[in-house]
Design a protein around this ligand. Structure first.
Ligand SMILES: *Cc1c(COP(=O)(O)O)cnc(C)c1O
Length: 294
C-alpha cells in the first residue's frame, strides 16, 4: 500500500575483533531502507500508516525528543504518502539539524514542557481532540501494530541464527522480533542492548507488549551513562568499527549494540561456531547530534 524502494540486505560483517571461535556475524541493514524513514522506525510505522489511511485520518500526530529518529521518520513518511504531520517535541524550544529536517518534510512542531509531555493523550486531546482527521501515534511508534511490522524482519532472513541482537529503547522492536520468531517456531535467542540506564524494566515491558519473553536476554550494562550519553571507549570503538567495515553506526543506539557484542565475544559468551545476526536499526541522522564528540 505504501511502496517505496524497500531494500534491507543481509551482509557478512568483517571486523577483526569479532573473529573468534568460528563465529559468523551478519548484519541486517535496516539502515538502508530509507535515509530518513529508516530502520526500525519504518517497521513500526508501516501498519500504523495503513491503519490511519483506512480510517480516513490524514494527519499524523506524534511525539519525540529533539533528536528523535521517530519524529523524522514520521515527517518523511507523512510527506511521502500524502499525510499532514505534527510533532510534539519534549522540552524547551530548540533548533537542530533533526528538527530542521522534520520541518523541511512539512512537519508542524509544537514544543511541550517536560511535565505536560508525560501525558501524551492529554496533550493530543488538548490540541487535536476536535480534529477528526488527526491520528495519534505514540512516542517511538510504540503500539501493537508496530509489533507486526517488526515481526516481518524475521520473514526476511534466509538462514537460521543462534543469536539476534538489537538496540532497545522501549523494547518494541525486540518484542516484534520475538513475535516473528515464535510465529516461525524458531529457537533463536534474542538479545536486547539497553541504551538507557536501569534497563531492567525492559523485560517487563516486553512481556506486557507481547505476553512472553522467555527467549530474551536484556544486556543492561552497555548504556555508557544513560540515554544519548557517551564515553571515550564507545567513541573509540565507533571510529574503529566504521573505519574498518564501512558500515556507519552512531553512538546513541547502534554503536552501543555492536560494542556489547564485541565485549561478549571477548568474554567468551558464545559457543564455538555461533551464528549471530545484528539488526542495524538505522537512525543515522542522530550522529549529527554527537559529531562534536568525535
Ligand atoms: C528508536 C530506535 C531504537 C529503539 O527501538 P525500540 O523499539 O524503542 O526499542 C533502536 N535503534 C534506533 C536506531 C532507533 O532509532
Amino acid at each position: 500500500m505504501f511502496p517505496f524502494n524497500f531494500f534491507s540486505p543481509i551482509e557478512r560483517l568483517r571486523y577483526e575483533p569479532f573473529y573468534k571461535k568460528n563465529y559468523t556475524v551478519d548484519i541486517k541493514r535496516d539502515d538502508l531502507i530509507h535515509p530518513f524513514i529508516s530502520g526500525n522506525k519504518w517497521r513500526k510505522l508501516k501498519y500504523l500508516l495503513q491503519d490511519a489511511h483506512k480510517n480516513g485520518r490524514n494527519h499524523l500526530v506524534t511525539f519525540g525528543g529533539a533528536w528523535s529518529n521517530h519524529l523524522l521518520a514520521t515527517a518523511a513518511a507523512a510527506a511521502s504518502f500524502g499525510f499532514k504531520s505534527t510533532g510534539f517535541v519534549r522540552g524547551e524550544l530548540v533548533d537542530n539539524a533533526n528538527l530542521k529536517l522534520c520541518q523541511l518534510f512539512g512537519m508542524q512542531l509544537i514544543f511541550v514542557e517536560r511535565e505536560a509531555y508525560r501525558n501524551k493523550q492529554h496533550v493530543f486531546d488538548h490540541y487535536f481532540g476536535q480534529d477528526k482527521y488527526a491520528y495519534f501515534i505514540n512516542e517511538g511508534g510504540a503500539s501493537s501494530l508496530a509489533l507486526l511490522g517488526c515481526a516481518e524482519i524475521i520473514d526476511e532472513l534466509r538462514t537460521d541464527y543462534d543469536h539476534i541482537f538489537c538496540a532497545c529503547g522501549t523494547g518494541t522492536t525486540l518484542a516484534g522480533l520475538s513475535m516473528g520468531l515464535k510465529q516461525r517456531n524458531q529457537q533463536t535467542k534474542l538479545h536486547g542492548v539497553s541504551v538507557l540506564a536501569g534497563g531492567d524494566f525492559l523485560l517487563e515491558d516486553i512481556k506486557k507488549l507481547y505476553g512472553e519473553a522467555d527467549n530474551i536476554t536484556i544486556h543492561t550494562s552497555y548504556h555508557f551513562g544513560g540515554y544519548a550519553k557517551t564515553k571515550p571507549p564507545l567513541m573509540d570503538f565507533t571510529k574503529s568499527f566504521v573505519s574498518s567495515t564501512g558500515v556507519l553506526i552512531e553512538p546513541v543506539y547502534t554503536a552501543k549494540t555492536f560494542y556489547a557484542l564485541m565485549d561478549l565475544i571477548e568474554n567468551n559468551y558464545f559457543q564455538e561456531g555461533a551464528r549471530i545476526l545484528v539488526l542495524h536499526t538505522g537512525g543515522l541522522i542522530g550522529i549529527l547530534g554527537k559529531i562534536d564528540e568525535f
